[in-house]
Design a binder for this molecule. Structure first.
Ligand SMILES: [Zn+2]
Length: 259
């Protein structure tokens, strides 16, 4: 289970970090050779890592011309959060049901790391700790495939610019937004954990949508009038949830569908 990361995995982690920190800019083209030099490795692991980056949607490879970091569109952000809502709330419930003493301690430690970063107003560390907190929870849910899927979803959203995320709320507010999730896990309450996670992910998505929508208007994007408004996007955000079907039809009973 714990084997040392391959060279390709190490390069992939470095590439992701460079995108998330803004060192590699969305929209700019980079050559595999240049990246190999930057990371001090040969081109083969760089090429393999770039393929993986493209697969996750963070980059586009143009044959023989290099790689471009793809900035996430507002629609994509909404799509990602639709999925996070659907996946992460039940995962939190599962984590609360599964968590033994060690797992609870692990989640507490991640929360503590968030708190310390917030106290130091260290935004980059705070966002990393935020991500670790979520990862620790999903790890307790015992679905390795889900760990990977959620990681991709988070990375995709973060390519819009990591440093600006907390601008809409203070560091302390960001930490507090996780407290009821922690408490639900500590008390082993799956329902409360799901509700708390759902509230947190939804809250984060709404803040991000409003900020990005305003940003696009302000930047004078000529296509801005064609974008759906923030309200429309917020409604779309919830459209994947089962409850949106049960309230529409008044009943959840449908024939099981193969799928
Ligand atoms: Zn969070």
């Amino acid at each position: 289970m714990t084997r040392p990361p391959t060279l390709t995995e190490q390069v992939l982690a470095q590439l992701r970090a460079a995108v998330l920190s803004g060192e590699l800019e969305p929209g700019r083209r980079y050559s595999a050779t240049g990246l190999a030099e930057r990371f001090g490795v040969s081109r083969t692991p760089v090429r393999e890592a770039l393929l993986e980056l493209e697969r996750s949607g963070m980059a586009r490879i143009d044959k023989n011309r290099g790689v471009t970091v793809v900035p996430s569109s507002l629609e994509e952000i909404v799509n990602c959060y639709q999925l996070r809502l659907v996946l992460e709330a039940p995962a939190a419930a599962r984590a609360a049901a599964n968590a033994d003493e060690d797992a609870v301690a692990e989640v507490e430690a991640k929360f503590q790391a968030m708190q310390e970063a917030a106290d130091a107003e260290d935004i980059e560390t705070l966002l990393r700790a935020d991500r670790d907190f979520h990862s620790a929870l999903v790890a307790v849910a015992e679905n390795q495939r889900l760990v990977k899927v959620l990681e991709d979803l988070r990375n995709l959203v973060l390519t819009t610019g990591i440093a600006t995320v907390p601008a809409s709320r203070t560091c302390q507010e960001l930490v507090e937004d996780h407290r009821d999730i922690l408490e639900a896990v500590q008390s082993g309450d799956p329902q409360a954990a799901a509700a708390a996670m759902r509230r947190h992910v939804h809250n984060t998505a709404v803040l991000l949508i409003r900020r990005e929508a305003a940003e696009r208007q302000r930047s004078g994007d000529p296509a801005a009038h064609q974008f759906p408004g923030a309200q429309e996007l917020e409604a779309k955000l919830l459209s994947f949830e089962l409850t949106s079907f049960t309230t529409a039809t008044g009943a959840a009973e449908t024939e099981p569908q193969p799928g």
